[in-house]
Design a protein around this ligand. Structure first.
Ligand code: ADP
Length: 474
């Protein structure tokens, strides 16, 4: 900023200086010309042809000049160029005169000329340049005399030197210094809030995710930055907490069957047992191991969901085939629980309407969880209806699978947490019905991965209806 500002400032000052120098040089010439005219007016030639100079007039007009001319060198020539008189300070030397100047003067014009200090042609002069004006003097339309006036440009040089010094030695450095200091201060003020955000962010550790960054009052970029970072922290905190909860719940769920197994083993060891006791233990042990295996499988499935690894969901899958397969696998469990499974498929359904693109194993898992739940939370003698719907209620939608039971139902409070991991509703049969609370979380993930949506309607003691709505394939 200071460098670019400095370059601009120097360029601007240079332009200012050159314009000013030109004006001053013009003024200098104007005054020199006027001075020559004044001197010319003070000259009279008497009847003997002698030149007389009115000293008072010269002194008077000399006061009008802003430039202190110092020594003046005056030379008066006859119309043919011969020197008639010259000021004493010139000794016997002459001011330069050539044919070009003569021509100009004879035609009534005037001429300027600069003799550089180094010039040897005016031996009396050694300091600075000598600026010479030559003017003609007419009387009765007759060229009478030629007047030459030479003065030092020292005053002009001095004035320009002062301007140069004040611009480039004082003005530019001082302005740059002030601008630099001001810029430094402003930048410091502008970055101060960022520094505070950085410091605060550095102090936030993984264990202190509940802390937030200070949000500046002004609604500017910094305010929005802090707000955005805080929102990110919100998301991180909730992700971190749910991860923590998940790990805690998972270890608890895994520990329960092991504790049961260990307890039974201890009891079994304490004294000699009959074959029946051993058989009972082995059965219970294999049941607990089955539970463990199921939990671990579910956890692996969820870990796969969390990893975000791409799934291959490009197979053409018939929903009716998948659901029929699941019902077949659940048939013996349902008859043990004395629950009847009833499936309806619309007769005239176009094949296409019940076909989706996805992973048949994952889709089977989804319906297994839903139908398994419907059976688990039904009482003996009740029926679970599974209905496939091929006529979408509105365009853009595809096939639909509805699972209806008349079981325990789900309370309003539980409905909002139903799909959370390890959430198990406080329905009357909770203590009796075994489960992990992972099934619906997995079902929802599979549905979302397939672009489907699960909705549920349920009333305690009346039963539940789970609907899986697929979308039409583009
Ligand atoms: P679980 O292994 O406990 O069945 P889920 O994730 O499958 O775990 O279900 C979560 C909870 O939702 C269950 O514990 C149960 O309380 C409730 N639930 C799920 N499906 C039904 C249903 N069809 N009827 C009544 N309650 C249900």
């Amino acid at each position: 900023y200071v460098v670019s500002f400095g370059i601009t400032l120097v360029a601007f000052s240079a332009v200012l200086y050159f314009v000013n120098a030109r004006n001053q040089a013009d003024d200098f010439d104007k005054f020199l010309y006027n001075r020559a005219q004044a001197i010319a007016r003070s000259i009279s030639i008497n009847v003997q042809g002698e030149i007389e100079i009115n000293q008072a007039l010269i002194a008077e007009s000399g006061k009008l000049f802003p430039f202190q001319f110092g020594n003046e060198y005056i030379e008066i020539r006859s119309p043919d160029g011969k020197t008639i008189a010259r000021s004493k300070n010139m000794g016997s030397s002459s001011l330069p005169m050539d044919a070009r100047i003569m021509g100009l003067l004879q035609s009534g014009k005037f001429a300027f000329l600069t003799l550089p200090a180094s010039s040897q042609s005016v031996p009396f002069w050694s300091r600075g340049d000598l600026r010479i004006v030559s003017v003609p003097l007419f009387a009765n339309n007759q060229l009478q005399i030629l007047l030459q006036l030479g003065v030092s440009t020292h005053a002009l040089d001095q004035s320009l030197g002062q301007l140069r010094n004040s611009l480039f030695l004082i003005g530019v450095p001082l302005t740059l210094l002030l601008a630099g200091a001001g810029g430094w201060w402003l930048a410091g003020r502008a970055f101060d809030p960022i520094n505070r955000i950085i410091l605060a962010a550095q102090q936030l550790g993984a264990r202190r995710l509940d802390e937030r960054l200070p949000v500046p009052e002004a609604d500017d970029e910094l305010g929005r930055l802090s707000k955005t970072l805080n929102e990110m922290l919100d998301r991180l905190e909730s992700a971190f907490k749910s991860q923590e909860r998940f790990v805690a719940d998972a270890s608890h769920e895994l520990k329960t069957p092991i504790t049961v197994l260990k307890g039974e083993l201890e009891v079994l060891k304490s004294q000699p047992r009959s074959n029946e006791d051993y058989r009972a233990f082995l059965e219970s042990a294999s049941e607990e191991l089955g539970r463990l295996t199921q939990i671990i499988e579910n956890l692996l499935l969820l870990a796969r969901a969390d990893s975000g690894a791409p799934l291959r969901l490009d197979k053409s899958v018939r929903l009716d085939e998948v659901v029929l397969g699941v019902i077949g696998r659940l048939q013996s469990f349902a008859s043990q629980s004395q629950v009847r499974l009833a499936m309806t498929i619309p007769e005239d359904a176009p094949e296409d309407a019940l076909t989706v693109r996805g992973d048949p194993d994952l889709l089977a898992s989804l319906f297994f969880n839903l139908i398994h739940n419907a059976v688990k939370y039904s009482a003996a003698g009740q029926a679970v209806e599974i209905r496939l719907d091929a006529s979408p209620p509105s365009p853009g939608l595809g096939g639909r699978v509805i699972i209806r039971d008349r079981g325990t139902g789900i309370s309003k409070e539980d409905l909002s947490h139903l799909f959370e991991r390890f959430h198990r509703a406080e329905n009357p049969s909770r203590s009796e019905v075994k489960g992990t609370g992972l099934g619906l979380a997995i079902a929802r993930w599979i549905a979302e991965a397939h672009g489907a949506k699960i909705t549920v309607e349920s009333k305690p003691a009346e039963g539940s209806e789970f609907r899986v709505q697929f979308f039409a394939r583009p």
